[in-house]
Design a protein around this ligand. Structure first.
Ligand code: OAD
Ligand code: ZN
Length: 244
């Protein structure tokens, strides 16, 4: 892993930093990524399991898959990568986490400014009356449950393929991106839009882009620094050099 002194100097002078994260930051916690080696979408159908049409066709199958993923998430812990990001709040005025992940691990690690672009697996809502329900209501439900108020179908509060992102959250993420001095792109293939516009907006507004990934991605040729390595190893190392 190669971390340049210039980057550390840049980090020391930064006021506002933004982390744009994806499934790779949770890989070391034991949660599968979507693409690449061992990726979920290599063996499962995104169309069947992560689209509105897929859910309407077979709500029970999709519900069961989400219940399974929730169980995995509950059994995992935030890793060193999530924790370093949370600790950085003590050293900078502004630290924002813009995540594509739905696993809630940034929150559990202690980050306080988190913008979830693709929702959160720990929440559900009624498709008819929009009442929200936490996961604790349906721990044992094997089938897609019905709303206690109106009888509507309850779905996970995540963004599926073809759906729009929560507009206010996305707008806020864009705002934070344009205000940031450094934007870290951690553990994402950066191929899913509009989420992947966030680092591009940061760069256009003058931020330094730093990518942390185990391999090169679609965005590598646009970043100022590419650090090849695991998020759970690179981020603690970076933090150590920053504190020196
Ligand atoms: P991907 O699965 O597309 O990409 C994960 C990235 O993490 C890859 O570039 C890996 O090389 C990298 N990676 C794996 N392990 C790593 C580690 N230990 N440290 C650092 N990097 C590592 O995941 P996302 O980019 O998050 O959307 O995918 C974007 C969206 O596509 C997801 O939010 C989800 C998915 O379909 C929806 O569900 C709407
Ligand atoms: Zn309802």
């Amino acid at each position: 892993m190669d971390i340049s002194q210039k980057l550390i100097a840049k980090l020391k002078s930064a006021k506002s930093i933004l982390f744009f994260t994806g499934a790779g930051i949770s890989a070391e916690s034991g949660i599968d990524t979507f693409r690449g080696k061992g990726g979920l979408w290599n063996k499962m159908s995104a169309q069947e399991l992560a689209s509105f049409d897929g859910f309407m066709k077979n709500p029970n199958l999709v519900w069961e898959w989400y219940q399974y993923r929730r169980k995995i998430v509950r059994e995992t812990e935030p890793n060193a990568g999530h924790k370093v990001i949370a600790q950085l709040e003590k050293h900078f005025n502004k630290v924002t986490v813009v995540t594509q992940n739905v696993d809630n691990l940034h929150k559990r690690a202690g980050s306080s400014n988190i913008l979830e672009l693709h929702g959160n697996i720990e929440r559900n809502f009624c498709m008819d009356c929009k009442t929200f329900y936490g996961v604790e209501n349906f721990l044992d439900s094997e089938k897609a449950p019905r709303c206690k108020k109106c009888g509507g179908i309850i779905r996970p509060d995540v963004v599926w393929f073809g759906e729009t992102l929560p507009q206010e959250i996305f707008a806020e993420a864009e705002r934070k991106a344009t205000e940031s001095d450094i934007c870290f792109i951690v553990g994402t293939s950066a191929v899913v839009y509009p989420a992947a516009y966030i680092p591009i907006s940061a760069k256009e507004a003058g931020a330094t882009l730093v990518e942390i990934n185990i391999e090169a991605t679609e965005i590598t040729n646009q970043v100022d620094y590419s650090i090849i390595g695991k998020a759970g190893e690179v981020l603690p190392k970076l933090f150590e050099l920053f504190l020196e």
